[in-house]
Structures are given as structure tokens and as C-alpha cells.
Design a protein around this ligand. Structure first.
Ligand SMILES: NC(=O)C1=CN([C@@H]2O[C@H](COP(=O)(O)OP(=O)(O)OC[C@H]3O[C@@H](n4cnc5c(N)ncnc54)[C@H](OP(=O)(O)O)[C@@H]3O)[C@@H](O)[C@H]2O)[C@@H](O)CC1
Ligand SMILES: [K+]
Length: 517
């Protein structure tokens, strides 16, 4: 499990480490600079074929370290000093008003001066022919939109990097990216690699920040989890080693042991969503899957997925009249887990169907797609929400549920999903390029697996089925959601490796999940 923090939390961790624990700031800055210098050298010697050929003569490798006036700049000066000491042509650019330089910054300048490191202040000198640019302009101290001189400098650095084909290594955060929201604050310098200190910063994993950060490496520079526990964190994130926590399949189990999933999905002329959810629930390990759908879909689903039990209804019989939905009560009683919504459509009867299921279900439920749209158009249905419910809206559906534009939801996505879950006491999976999951207690998971292959028809139905499968295997709503999203992303990655990001289909995702879950 990884923990991501906001810039503000990281500052408190800094403070706790220095003031309470007693590790001097000088030590932290030194280790931060060393971690970046090592990463730069790694790029020079391995990642960049042109450079490794010239590595025999380190003096020919030209590295620019662009430094701001804060402690991010102080880290940068350390990077310059270390690389200079290792024999590279490392040049430190000091930008901004010298009167604003921090104590650490001044201390590092003195050391660098004593060792003969080249330092310059004129922006005209930026235009060398650089192999690597180290961005040490702004870190977690970026406090406002970037304008004026710094905007010009960062834009100039972007152009120079492009022109020279230089690799850009960001120190802690790419300058211009908000460490909490991932927003571009006026302008930002795109990195190939970001070496971030202590803990991942949420903004490096949310878009557009994620695009600017490139590969992210978290370097241990001396912070301790003791400080993290005191200060708190913003989100959790699953990693491959967490898959060991998936429930083990009992060797003496039967199909009842592994849970019965009821998929209430599909509408006239629309059977695909029901099929993908049911297939994925089975592929994730559910013992028995029943699809409850309109009569017209019986034949096609039985043919596509003979393993599923298919039960049907006539939509014309579902009305506001109470007994018209009695069959739904019986179906709910049968299930250990319910999926409600994929491909249900938005005909008037769907409101009565959704209400009846929400009212009569006492087991964990994944509410998706048209189930969500129905709740958005009939907000009174939220009164049936319980902690057993997982909502899986994409951003458009979330905007409808919250009655506000997507742009507003993205202003602070972590807070958006947290506020919704806490308000209604549900688990909410807000699906986006970086999906966020929040439970009723305010814990947020940020998912880092997956790729653009996931943005395709049927992909959401597969995710719904995966989460249902994990619920059927006995996981709690919050963990089933976080693990489901993570596995879904991994399935996208392994599917892409076979078919390419353009070629992966929802059915491939369901097939890949079989090997992962
Ligand atoms: N001991 C430690 O603390 C450790 C810290 N570490 C490192 O320090 C970094 C945090 O350092 P930090 O707090 O000094 O902030 P930093 O990111 O350098 O930026 C502040 C400067 O930027 C300026 N500025 C801000 N926004 C601006 C804007 N829009 N436009 C223009 N200027 C703007 C602001 O100016 P001011 O607001 O004062 O005018 C100030 O001068 C952290 O990311 C990590 O790299 C590690 O070494 C571990 C130990
Ligand atoms: K930076």
C-alpha cells in the first residue's frame, strides 16, 4: 500500500521530522539532492543511448539545473554540486529575487561556490545545448499561478528541452503542477522523470499533473511513517504486492460458497452490458451469476454465456403499482450481491424497478450506469442509500448526480468524491483516467493502474462485474471497489500488451481478469 499526501501535509511532515524528531533540514536536503543526482546519472548511463556512448567523457555531458528561490532550489544546488563532483558539466541557474532565497538555499550556494560549481543568474545563459535539465524551480511550495519572469523561464526551458531533446528530471514535483490537485498553475514544465521525496504527492497522479510528471520515483530521504501517522495522508493507493490480500479460494468450497450475483441489467435491444457484467463477475470468481433482464434478451445471453442463469421480465408489467415489482423482491432475496443498472435504459418503468430493488436489497449492491442516471433524475431515491451500496459513476454520471459541471468536480477531485460518499454514507467509485474511490468514512483510494485502453465501450460494465465478483468472494464494499478498480487497470495493461491500446476490447479485459483475480 502506498500513501499519497498533499503539499500541505508534506510540509507538516517536514516540520515534524526537523523539529520533533530532530533530523536537520540540511540532512534532508542533502539526501533529496543525492536522490535526484543518482536518477540523473542513471538516465545518462542507461536510459539515453546517445549519452551513454559519450559517458566515457563525462565532461561532454551537459546538465542544466534550474533553481527557484525556495528549498526546492536548495535541492537543485545540491544536485549540481554532486554531479559536478562526479565529473559532469553541471551548470546551476539561480532564478528569481535573491532576497527571497531561503536559509538552506544560501547555505547550499556557499558550499557550491567553495567547490567551484558553475552558477549563473542571467536568463540568456539558459540557452546552452543541454542533455539533461533538472527542474528545481518550484516544489510543494508553489502557492499561486505562475506569471511574469518565472512563466517566461519555464516556457523557455520547455522550448529548450524540446529543441535539444534534453531529458527533464523534476525535483519533487514538476514546476507549475499543483501538488494536491494536479492542476497546471499558469504554466508547467513537463518531466520525463519526477523524483519525489518521502511520499507520492496526490497531484502527481491526477491529470493533468500525471502527464507532466512522467515516471514517478518516490525517494526515501529520511522521513518516517511516524510523522505520516501524526500528520495524516490524502489517499491510499494499491500496488502489486497488495494482491496477496485478495481472498483465497477455499479448496473445499462449492458454488454457494463463492457467492450468488444477481445482475439486473439490459433493456430492449441492449444485452451487451448485462453480458459483460455477468461474464466479469464469473471471471473474478463468483460462484453463480443470474441475469435478470427483459424477455427479449433471454436467447442472446443464454447463447453468449450459458454458465449464467437467465431470468426475465416484461417491462410493460412494471408500474408504480406495488405488486408489479414483487418478482424483484424474490430475486433480491436469492442474491448475495446485486448489480443494478448496466444497459437498463431510461424508459419510465426503470424508475419503479430501481426503487423496488433499492428498497428490498439487504446485500451489497453495485449501482451503475442507468441505475445512477435514474437516481440523478429522481433524487428521492437517495433515501434508500445504505453503506451496502457502491456507486460507480463516470464523470458525466457524477456531474448528473451532483448537479454540477464536470469542470467543477475536477477542481478538487479527491474532495468531490469524499464529500459525496460521506454525505450519503455509500462507497463511491468516481471513474476517470485516474479513478478515485471513497468510502463512507472518508478514506480515499487513488488508482494508478490502467491505460487509455480502458476508455472504451463495455469497459465500465466489466468493472462493475469485477467488483461484484470480489464482493461475492467476501470482500467489503470499500476494498472490493479499490481492488476491483486496480485489477481492472491491470487487465487493461496486460490486454494492451497483447492487442495494443487501440485494439483491446471489453471482452479481452474480462478474459485478462481471470488470470489476475
Ligand atoms: N527542510 C525542508 O523543508 C525540505 C524541503 N525539501 C524541498 O523543498 C521544497 C519545498 O520548499 P519550499 O517550502 O521552500 O517551497 P518551494 O517549492 O521551493 O517554493 C517556494 C518558493 O517559490 C516561490 N513561489 C511559490 N509560488 C510561486 C509562484 N506562483 N510564482 C513565483 N514564485 C513562487 C516562493 O516565493 P514567495 O512566495 O516567497 O515569494 C518561494 O520562494 C520541497 O518541494 C522539496 O523539494 C526537501 O529538500 C526535503 C527537506
Ligand atoms: K520542481
Amino acid at each position: 500500500m502506498r500513501y499519497f499526501v498533499t503539499g500541505k501535509q508534506m510540509k507538516q511532515i517536514d516540520q515534524d521530522t526537523i523539529e520533533r524528531i530532530g533530523i536537520p533540514s540540511l540532512v534532508l536536503v542533502e539526501r533529496a539532492g543525492l536522490a535526484v543526482a543518482d536518477a540523473v546519472e542513471e538516465i545518462i548511463t542507461s536510459g539515453h543511448p546517445d549519452l551513454s556512448a559519450r559517458d566515457k567523457n563525462k565532461k561532454n555531458v551537459r546538465i542544466l539545473i534550474a533553481c527557484g528561490t525556495g528549498n526546492n532550489g536548495a535541492d537543485g544546488i545540491v544536485v549540481g554540486r554532486i554531479l559536478h563532483g562526479r565529473g559532469y558539466e553541471a551548470v546551476v541557474f539561480l532564478g528569481g529575487n535573491p532576497e527571497h532565497e531561503t536559509e538552506e538555499h544560501r547555505r547550499q550556494q556557499k558550499i557550491a561556490e567553495a567547490l567551484g560549481v558553475t552558477m549563473m543568474r542571467k536568463t540568456e545563459d539558459l540557452s546552452g545545448n543541454w542533455d539533461v535539465i533538472v527542474d528545481a524551480v518550484f516544489g510543494i511550495g508553489l502557492a499561486r499561478e505562475i506569471t511574469g519572469e518565472w512563466k517566461n523561464i519555464l516556457e523557455q526551458l520547455s522550448e529548450i528541452a524540446k529543441r535539444d531533446g534534453a531529458k527533464v528530471v523534476a525535483t519533487d514535483t514538476p514546476s507549475g503542477i499543483h501538488s494536491q490537485t494536479g492542476h497546471v498553475m499558469g504554466t508547467a514544465l513537463r518531466a520525463d522523470l519526477t523524483v519525489t521525496f518521502g511520499y507520492g504527492k496526490t497531484g502527481l497522479f491526477l491529470y493533468p499533473g500525471r502527464n507532466y510528471a512522467g515516471k514517478v520515483r518516490v525517494a526515501d530521504v529520511g522521513f518516517s511513517d511516524v510523522s505520516l501517522e501524526r500528520v495524516g495522508w490524502d489517499c491510499k493507493s494499491l500496488e502489486e504486492s497488495d494482491l496477496a490480500d485478495l481472498p483465497v479460494r477455499q479448496s473445499d468450497g462449492n458454488k454457494g460458497t463463492f457467492g450468488k450475483v444477481l445482475v439486473i441489467a439490459g433493456s430492449r435491444g441492449m444485452s451487451g452490458a448485462a453480458y459483460f457484467s455477468a461474464l466479469s463477475a464469473y471471471r473474478t470468481g463468483a460462484g453463480l451469476v443470474k441475469v435478470l433482464t427483459v424477455s427479449e434478451n433471454r436467447a442472446v445471453i443464454q447463447t453468449q454465456l450459458p454458465e449464467a442463469v437467465v431470468s426475465v421480465y416484461d417491462p410493460d408489467q412494471i408500474t408504480a403499482e406495488e405488486h408489479s415489482t414483487d418478482f424483484l423482491r424474490e430475486a433480491c432475496d436469492w442474491a448475495d450481491v446485486i448489480v443494478l443498472g448496466p444497459g437498463l435504459g431510461q424508459e419510465p418503468y426503470v424508475e419503479y424497478l430501481v426503487e423496488a430493488v433499492l428498497e428490498h436489497a439487504y446485500v451489497p449492491m453495485v449501482l451503475d450506469a442507468d441505475g445512477l442516471n435514474t437516481v440523478a433524475s429522481h433524487p428521492y431515491l437517495t433515501r434508500y442509500f445504505t453503506e451496502n451500496i457502491i456507486l460507480t459513476p463516470h464523470m458525466g454520471e457524477m456531474a448528473r448526480l451532483c448537479s454540477c459541471p464536470i469542470s467543477e468536480l475536477r477542481e478538487d477531485p479527491v474532495q468531490t468524491v469524499k464529500a459525496y460518499s460521506s454525505r450519503y454514507g455509500v462507497t463511491c467509485v468516481m471513474k476517470d483516467a485516474s479513478t478515485l474511490i471513497a468510502d463512507k468514512d472518508g478514506t480515499v483510494w487513488l488508482n494508478t493502474s490502467g491505460c487509455s485502453a480502458m476508455a472504451k465501450g463495455g469497459s465500465g460494465d466489466v468493472l462493475t462485474g469485477i467488483i461484484a465478483g470480489l464482493l461475492a468472494r467476501g470482500m467489503d464494499c470499500d476494498r472490493a471497489s479499490a481492488f476491483g478498480v486496480y485489477l481492472h487497470g491491470l487487465a487493461g495493461e496486460s490486454g494492451s500488451a497483447k492487442f495494443g491500446e487501440n485494439g483491446v476490447l471489453a471482452s479481452n479485459l474480462a478474459d485478462e481478469i481471470a488470470k489476475l483475480a
